[in-house]
Design a protein around this ligand. Structure first.
Ligand code: ANZ
Length: 857
């Protein structure tokens, strides 16, 4: 690569020239535009191929982002060549905190920052030849888009799925906003690591829990990776169990526990309430008051996740009160512990330390009794008992029963005694849907002094963000509270004056339905035309990062189902097939003190990596690309050096789509050489004309090459459709190109088919060669080669031929031939002709399409 400049003669492979030429052509000729008029699209089958649209960050795209985009682009180009209507749009998920923080830093409006970033993203995407229909570009932070986000919110509100409640929230003091449970991990905001604490606040909530069962069941029919389905199932977390009522000794009060193991109830030796259980005020005994209060103070600030994670080291205190076990009236101590979550079940558990490991740890630590109630013959004494198998012991009227029998019996008993009911619990919580930020969708909601609220009528949407708001985000108050009275105060026709809601929607809102807006992006009268929706939905292939496995995919499925219930969409799921691309890694360089270096600051010295000037040794590792590790490989750098086609091929070649892999510069060198080789097969570098070896003759003049071509066609077609193994398709192109290169003469038909196969992967060089082959217009309008099974000798079977039971010959025939054809071919075999020449054939048997036996006189 070093001396590329010096080598440059006019007609050598020059990606910069070719690529900008064809990108301009595609744009001028509107090649990627999918008609919006139904009449123009209706007769043909469709493919809606969607990338998860990005948040337009200030850093722009790096090579890791381009992997999924390249794969979806290959698919889009491939399906277009197969004559299918392809919808392949792109847009921006542009509301959100980072733009607001950048605005704060730079003192300019987030809209301006967003626009700047969007322009950069769009430029980069065009530069790598992605075939998006840019006439459909959408941007979630533009009023003409968020008008409809607000409109859908009104639908949710009308259906009783949006409500205001005082809820414990994750409050992030550094960002002065609340965050959803999903955005918090280990007590920190997942994006920035800022500490998050618990507070009670009045917030908008969405009742996603009403859809828990459908969100769970409908996973069944989706062509999604099992791992993602499993993550969604776990997030929804369905448990079937029983709510059991425990009364409190010497008090009127009762509390309810949720258990999935009611048959263990005789083994309950204590109960545990969560530290924020509402009953605590009433049941704490005087002598325990100080201890308990101190304990509560300590634990309530922990988030649920922290509490779950630390269940091994669960702490707790005794309340001084006792509960009564409903089955045997035994008195059991009531404890408080942070291993019981207030937001799950009823926030109270009946502890069975013999059969539950959390209860066991807690009992051991606090010297509480442990009573075995399920016995399995394999149990050893004094270790934790198994609880999945065995029969009930020490369990009164359940003794001797199997777990299943006991469960049924105790549930019936509890029902008759009115002490318990069967119930289903979900781990999923309602979705906390408001944020105390500026850069988000305003709610179409007005509050009145008397505490009532009204919605803004749909024909008055959008409620736009106050433009002139002084952007000074620091400080606790809601930014929108500082808007002018003109914005804040709303007068209704009845003369009533109210105040606008000053929370904004979370970033997830805009991405919940964007795939629908792409169908009809410029419609000002409705969010989409229902006829277009019926034609295009569902999304056929949705490609994106694994980081969206739970939240975005769950939230958008939820909204989609609500829209379905409103009769606004015709499918009950939005994304039929989902594909997650793997993560690309890049080499990082770090010295002993932990300081990172850019790749251009280090060099190999005596076979070790060292810092260029100081020769200090550095360790090198394949790492996730990140700004802090200085190992982000910039897309623009790679394209500058190698061109878009090399980048695209390398993105796919690196490894299976789902696996990701290490980005290596010498790897892309090899790809570049491959494209140079392809160029030289077709182009005479002295003249720039089509190489003389490409000749006008029948394909059948080189049957061997024909065979290779059709074998490759099959592999490449399969691997494109399969998505995951596009790397195999690329290597097949390499194999095929070597075959072409070896020839003195290449039939022009075969040459053209090769270029077609290459074109989804490396579209620019393919268009250029296509033109040199004498074709007009874009190769996208050419049709994908049709499989020719006669040529596919590799996909043939061997058939043994016997005459009178004796093996005589073997022939090769295409797979799936009829018996008649097999016999015909067998009779044409030279050897067989000799054996049956003078004889009559009495009978012919074909066994399993593997053996032919001729019986002669
Ligand atoms: C008695 C028992 C005996 C339990 C036994 C388990 C095993 P899943 O399957 O995750 O739904 N539990 C109930 N509410 C809880 C809360 N708010 N915080 C922490 N733990 C809670 O788990 C249900 C089980 O988790 C329930 O069944 C309860 O313990 C506990 F051998 O009750 B079990």
């Amino acid at each position: 690569m070093e001396n590329l400049g010096a080598l440059m003669s006019k007609y050598v492979y020059n990606p910069n020239f070719i690529e900008s030429k064809w990108q301009k052509f595609w744009e001028d000729e509107k090649i990627f535009i999918t008609p919006t008029e139904l009449e123009k699209i209706n007769e043909k089958p469709k493919m809606y191929i969607l990338d998860m649209f990005p948040y337009p960050s200030g850093e722009g795209l790096h090579v890791g982002h381009a992997k999924g985009y390249t794969a979806s682009d290959v698919l889009s180009r491939f399906w277009r060549m197969r004559g299918v209507n392809v919808l392949h749009p792109m847009g921006w998920d542009s509301f959100g905190l980072p733009a607001e923080r950048a605005a704060e830093r730079e003192g300019i409006h987030p809209a301006e920052i967003t626009e700047r970033n969007v322009n950069n993203f769009r430029r980069q995407m065009k530069r790598i030849g992605l075939s998006y229909d840019w006439s459909r570009e959408i941007d979630t932070s533009r009023p003409e888009y968020y008008k409809w986000t607000q409109w859908i919110f009104l639908k949710l509100y009308e259906k009783g799925l949006a409500y205001i409640a005082d809820v414990p929230v994750n409050w992030c003091p550094a960002l002065s906003t609340v965050l959803s449970n999903e955005e918090v991990y280990d007590g920190k905001y997942i994006e920035t690591g800022d500490i998050v604490e618990k507070r009670i606040m009045r917030q908008w909530m969405l009742k996603i829990t009403s859809y828990a069962e459908r969100l769970l069941n409908d996973l069944e029919g989706l062509d999604w990776p099992d791992s993602i389905k499993e993550l969604q199932r776990n997030w929804i977390g369905k448990s079937v169990g029983v709510n059991i009522e425990f009364s409190i000794k010497n008090q009127e009060e009762k509390f309810i526990v949720f258990t999935t193991r009611p048959e263990t109830i005789f083994g309950v030796t204590f109960c545990v309430l969560s530290p924020d259980h509402p009953l605590l005020d009433k049941i704490i005994e005087k002598e325990q008051l100080v201890t308990v209060q101190r304990y509560i103070q300590d634990t309530v600030s922990k988030t649920n996740k922290q509490r779950l994670i630390s269940s091994e080291e669960a702490t707790g205190v005794f309340t001084g009160s006792y509960a009564i076990n409903p089955v045997n009236n035994e008195e059991i101590p009531i404890w408080i512990s942070d291993y019981v979550l207030n937001l799950y079940g009823t926030g109270a558990v009946m502890a069975v330390p013999a059969h539950d490991s959390r209860d066991f740890n807690f009992a051991k630590k606090n010297n509480l009794p442990i009573l075995q109630v399920i016995k399995d013959d394999n149990d050893e004494e004094d270790v934790k008992y198994r609880s999945e198998k065995g029969i009930c012991v020490n369990s009164g009227f359940l003794d001797g029963l199997s777990i299943e029998q006991a469960r049924k019996k105790i549930i019936d008993w509890l029902k008759v005694e009115k002490k318990g009911v069967q119930t289903t619990q979900y781990r999923l919580r309602d979705w906390l849907f408001s944020r105390q930020r500026y850069w988000g969708e305003p709610f179409p909601i007005v509050h009145f002094q008397d505490g009532t609220i009204k919605t803004i009528p749909p024909d008055q949407l959008p409620v736009t963000l106050p433009e002139k708001l002084e952007i000074k985000f620091k400080g606790g108050a809601l930014p929108l509270n500082r808007a002018s009275d003109e914005w804040l105060m709303v007068e209704f026709p009845d003369g009533k004056i109210g105040f606008r809601e000053t929370n904004t929607m979370p970033q997830w809102a805009g991405s919940c339905w964007y795939y629908l807006r792409f169908l009809d992006p410029h419609n000002n009268n409705e969010p989409w035309d229902s006829r277009l929706e019926k034609y295009w939905m569902p999304v056929d292939i949705y490609i994106g990062g694994i980081e969206h496995a739970v939240l975005h995919l769950l939230y958008s499925r939820f909204w989609h189902k609500v829209l379905y219930d409103c009769g606004l969409v015709s499918t009950n799921e939005p994304f039929k097939k989902l594909f997650n691309q793997g993560l690309l890694l890049a080499q990082s360089f770090q010295d002993e003190r932990g300081k990172y270096y850019y790749a251009n600051q280090v060099e190999k010295f005596n076979n070790n990596w060292v810092v260029k000037n100081t020769k200090e040794p550095v360790k090198t590792k394949m790492d996730k690309m990140s700004k802090s590790k200085l190992n982000v490989v910039s897309l623009d750098d790679v394209v500058n050096k190698y061109g878009a086609d090399s980048l695209r091929l390398y993105e796919l070649f690196i490894g299976p789509m789902s696996a990701g892999g290490p980005w290596q510069m010498d790897g892309i060198d090899g790809i570049y050489r491959f494209l140079q080789k392809v160029w030289r097969i077709f182009v005479d570098e002295r003249t720039g004309e089509l190489d003389k070896r490409i000749v006008n003759c029948q394909d059948s003049e080189d049957p061997e090459l024909g065979k290779e071509l059709y074998k490759s066609l099959k592999i490449i077609t399969d691997k494109i459709i399969d998505i995951d193994k596009m790397n195999v398709a690329v290597s097949q192109l390499m194999i095929l190109s070597t075959q072409l290169q070896k020839r003195q003469k290449v039939p022009i038909g075969i040459a053209k088919q090769f270029v077609k196969l290459l074109s989804p992967f490396a579209p620019h060089i393919s268009e250029e060669i296509w033109q040199k082959l004498g074709e007009k217009g874009t190769i996208l309008k050419a049709s994908w080669p049709i499989e020719n099974s006669d040529m596919l000798i590799e996909h043939a079977v061997k058939i043994a031929i016997q005459v009178d039971g004796k093996f005589r010959s073997v022939i090769e025939i295409p797979l799936n031939c009829s018996e008649k054809t097999i016999i015909e071919k067998a009779l044409q075999d030279e050897v067989i002709v000799r054996f049956v020449q003078q004889k009559d054939i009495l009978n012919t048997f074909v066994v399993d399409k593997k053996i032919v036996n001729f019986v002669t006189k």
